[in-house]
Design a protein around this ligand. Structure first.
Ligand code: UD1
Ligand code: UDP
Length: 422
């Protein structure tokens, strides 16, 4: 029986958590098909002709948009993702440079490999570039995490989402808001397949391992400038004295990298001020610094101030389990990350979402989640922080965020081949 050949694409950090469960589900499916084949031979029965048991050949492309070990390779190791079959080595650049170079390099691989399907995830430049290239060569495209809309076209990811969804043959959605968005845009019920949130597959598969990590070790291993003298007891413990510890529910965590927050000094400077003067004045703040943000803090002359802030603990981007442990242990999260909004929702970590809008409304307090939108407005951040400090949140698990999304996707591929729906 012919194998289905799926080429999937990753490019940047949030893609890795989405592709790991998919790769594992394909491997499990192939193992099951092998086991069935062996039973058949041993039992001397007819060979299997049911396409649902057809094996899947998985070819993994890394575009190389993210390339630092801490932004890329570490996730392959930690999440046991198969080594990419090819790395296009695209690297950093303007949007046009990244998308253009990716299309040129991806086309060569596509023509050589001739997959039946290209699977793209999320909303990064790789997602958009590879879906366009595939469609121009009449290769079917499936989009995992389809239908998310922030309705903010100034956000580069919104353009990637709209382009990718408009081209995809199969729209694999994480929630009912996404289904509605796609229906409104005129997509057919056959195309829209509600499968759940694949990020949560990774969270569920890894929360046990994360729970076992030592908080202080995470900080010590990832601290930026460990020799920085500090009078803050918690910070001092990581910079020499070693007598104090981060205490569960007694610190906040911050990540931020959206261009709308970090690319202009006029926005970033007041944000830094509220973080230093208000947020970290109440609780130690652990800040995992994205490379875009570090570059801009340095360029705007804000880096030293943040580095020297008494109650801010700056760390390099950490691994998946390390961030999960920080999230599970924090009193609250401040972030502009899409993935972290979702993880906070399930873990029940109050989440100050420093954005004006979100493509993930299911995570918001008004829809049962734990997240509040503040944008970069210092007053709103301060007010939300005070509210969340005195609040105990419980987790919210939206429909089908159950850890089995990847299995559903693999089953779907096999059933589509059988019924020739798409
Ligand atoms: C990209 C995605 C964004 C995603 C984010 C996850 C797009 C349009 N944006 O934004 O959706 O939320 O990744 O983290 O695809 N850099 C390094 N090392 C790296 C990678 C980047 O130093 O390994 C620096 C470079 O200076 C680069 C800058 O970070 O110019 C921005 O990287 P880029 O990939 O263009 O965008 P992100 O902000 O990371
Ligand atoms: N993450 C991580 N280490 C960090 C910061 C984030 O492992 O230092 C994880 C986070 O838990 C989530 C994913 O990265 O699983 C989100 O990616 P990112 O914030 O880079 O992109 P976004 O989701 O905003 O597109």
């Amino acid at each position: 029986m012919k194998k289905i050949k799926i080429m999937s694409v990753v490019g940047a950090r949030p893609n890795f958590m989405k592709i790991a469960p998919f790769a594992h589900a394909i491997a499990a499916h192939n193992q099951k098909s092998d086991d069935r084949g062996q039973t058949t031979v041993a039992g001397n029965r007819e060979p299997i002709t049911d396409n649902r048991h057809q094996k899947i050949e998985h070819f993994l492309v890394h575009t190389g948009q993210h390339y630092d070990k801490a932004m890329s390779h570490s996730f392959f190791e930690a999440l046991n993702i198969p080594h990419p079959d090819v790395d296009l080595g695209i690297g950093s650049g303007s949007h046009a440079e990244q998308v253009g170079k990716t299309m040129i390099e991806f086309e060569k691989v596509l023509l050589e490999q001739k997959p039946d399907w290209v699977v793209v995830v999320g909303d990064v430049n790789a997602t958009c570039a590879c879906s366009i290239t595939a469609k121009k060569h009449h290769v079917k495209v499936a989009h995992i995490e389809a239908g998310l809309r922030s309705f903010d076209e100034k956000m580069p990811e919104e353009i990637n989402r709209m382009v990718t969804d408009s081209l995809s043959d199969l729209l694999l959605t994480p929630d009912q808001f996404a289904n509605e968005n796609l229906r409104r845009e005129g997509h057919s019920e056959e195309q829209i397949q509600f499968v759940g949130n694949i990020m949560i597959d990774t969270l569920e598969a890894n929360r046990g391992k994360a729970a076992d990590l030592d908080l202080d070790q995470i900080i010590r291993d990832n601290l930026i400038d460990p020799h920085q003298p500090s009078t803050c007891p918690v910070k001092a413990s990581f910079t020499g004295a070693n007598n104090h510890q981060l205490v569960k529910d007694a610190f906040s965590v911050l990540t931020m990298h959206r261009p709308s927050n970090v690319d202009e000094k006029a926005v970033l400077e007041p944000l830094v001020r509220v973080l230093i003067d208000s947020v970290s004045a109440e609780l130690p703040l652990v800040w995992s610094v994205h490379p875009r943000t570090k570059k801009n803090l340095q360029q705007f002359g804000l880096w030293e101030e943040v580095l020297n802030a008494e109650n801010i603990i700056l760390i390099n981007p950490v691994g998946y389990h390390e961030m999960l442990k920080l999230n599970m242990s924090a009193k609250l999260m401040l972030t502009d990350s899409g993935g972290l909004q979702e993880e906070c929702c399930v873990l029940g970590t109050p989440c100050i979402t420093m954005r004006e809008n979100t493509e993930r409304p299911v995570t918001l307090v008004e829809h049962g989640g734990v997240s509040e939108l503040t944008g970069p407005d210092p007053e709103k951040i301060r007010a939300a922080f005070q509210r969340f400090l005195s609040m105990d949140c419980s987790g919210h698990t939206p429909e089908l965020w159950d850890g089995h999304t990847a299995e559903r996707i693999v089953e779907l591929f096999c059933s589509l081949v059988t019924s020739r729906v798409v």
